[in-house]
Design a protein around this ligand. Structure first.
Ligand SMILES: Cc1cc2nc3c(=O)[nH]c(=O)nc-3n(C[C@H](O)[C@H](O)[C@H](O)COP(=O)(O)OP(=O)(O)OC[C@H]3O[C@@H](n4cnc5c(N)ncnc54)[C@H](O)[C@@H]3O)c2cc1C
Length: 367
């Protein structure tokens, strides 16, 4: 391959461009981003990263990505706890069932006694916790900082990073942008929910939907808490800026028309759920909403969809933590140098016209 294009300057496109540029194949790589680097979901993400997946390939990809974040020095180590409260049998059973599978894949994950958890984190309320688990190999990354580091690295490696460059496709490997129409040997579209309309222009139909997820950052709280997902209350958080980044929720939306601000009802209910789960009394510092992508089986769409044209999307809210390894793998496939493992995520497993309900990524009991 001599020329490759990547559409999308989010975590996934950046990771793929990195692999293409460092392949040793001397490929000329152009990365097109509609706005600025990390201006899509990546810049709105919590940056929670872990390898606590019950499926073997997901676990391997999570672990590989953690290694990459560590190598770059952008990961702040922090355990990830997920829990279900009394009366919530479905989530409690899901946690009990998943932890041994994660352990079987070599993941450093344990069921943890709620009392022991409360001793370690006195600000966490665990009196009615039925089951809790902890992933020891976890941490958080500032997604914008990470994206800036990778984008700088790409520029140093000779990648032509073009921002304010919205593209459409004139053919599977022909890209139309404000800088003109250019032909490539291979094109990857990693444009989040926009991937669907972009490849539709060349007759490819993707089984992909968008949903809106909301987030807030609290005022500083002097809290010592693990990253946590309270499955019963359906809220998650991670430490950020001396307070907490708090998120929840999923509402399918039209990716062209959605509110980028968080709803008042979300702010109220998210804070209330943190109050129930902890001894803290948080206030909102700032808030926003972002888009996530969903597929019928909750696995991503990764791989070739037409001759020379590949896609990488459909992350169910777990795209950032998996982006280094997923970007690497789709790029390796484009270079004809892959171990076949991404065949599992082949977009061709769907016709593209499937009807399906969005199940957002944090849900434990509907695997
Ligand atoms: C509130 C919230 C919290 C989240 N928290 C986490 C988390 O803790 N951990 C985790 O793993 N994931 C999290 N996610 C999910 C994560 O943000 C995404 O899965 C991930 O960022 C996807 O990366 P991406 O590169 O595929 O997409 P994006 O970051 O959306 O990048 C796609 C890029 O393509 C560009 N683009 C679109 N159309 C065009 C076009 N026509 N031409 C050129 N460029 C185009 C966009 O501008 C965008 O920059 C969260 C998401 C939200 C909304």
């Amino acid at each position: 391959m001599t020329r490759a294009a990547v559409v999308g300057g989010g975590a996934v496109g950046l990771a793929a461009a990195h692999r293409l540029a460092k392949s040793g194949a001397d490929a000329e790589v152009v990365l097109y981003e509609r706005e600025g680097i990390a201006s899509g979901s990546t810049g709105r993400a919590a940056g929670i990263c872990y390898d606590a997946f019950a499926e073997d390939l997901d676990a391997e990809i999570g672990a590989e990505s953690l290694r990459r974040f560590r190598e770059l020095g952008v990961l702040t180590e922090c355990p990830y706890v997920w829990l279900a409260r009394e009366g919530d049998d479905a989530n409690a059973d899901a946690i009990r069932e998943q932890v041994p599978r994660m352990q079987a894949h070599g993941r450093n994950v344990d069921l943890v006694d709620p009392e022991a958890l409360a001793e370690r984190y006195p600000q966490l309320r665990t009196d009615d916790v039925a089951v809790a688990a902890i992933a020891h190999e976890a941490g958080h990354v500032d997604p914008e900082e990470y994206a800036a580091v990778v984008a700088d690295d790409l520029r140093s490696a000779g990648v032509d990073v073009r921002t304010d460059a919205p593209v459409s496709l004139d053919g599977p490997t022909t890209v139309d942008s404000p800088t003109g129409t250019e032909a490539f040997d291979a094109v990857l579209v990693a444009a989040g929910p926009e991937t669907k309309p972009i490849v539709a222009d060349v007759g490819v139909s993707l089984a992909l939907k968008a949903y809106r997820a909301q987030a807030l950052v609290t005022e500083p709280l002097h809290a010592t808490l693990p990253m946590t997902y309270d499955a019963t209350q359906h809220v998650y958080w991670r430490p950020r800026d001396g307070g907490l980044f708090v998120g929840d929720g999923a509402h399918p939306v039209d990716p062209n028309e959605w509110d980028r601000d968080a709803d008042d009802s979300f702010l109220e209910s998210a804070l209330e759920r943190v109050r129930v789960a902890t001894t803290l009394a948080p206030d909102v510092n700032r808030s926003w909403a972002g888009l996530c992508t969903a597929t019928p089986d909750r696995d991503p769409l990764l791989g070739e969809v037409a001759d020379g044209l590949s896609v990488a999307t459909g992350w169910h809210g777990h795209g950032f933590m998996r982006s280094p390894a997923m970007g690497e793998r789709v790029a390796a496939q484009m270079l004809g140098d892959n171990d076949g493992s991404v065949a599992h995520y082949d977009p061709g497993r769907f016709d593209g016209d499937e009807e399906f309900d969005v199940i957002e990524g944090m849900a434990l009991d509907e695997e």
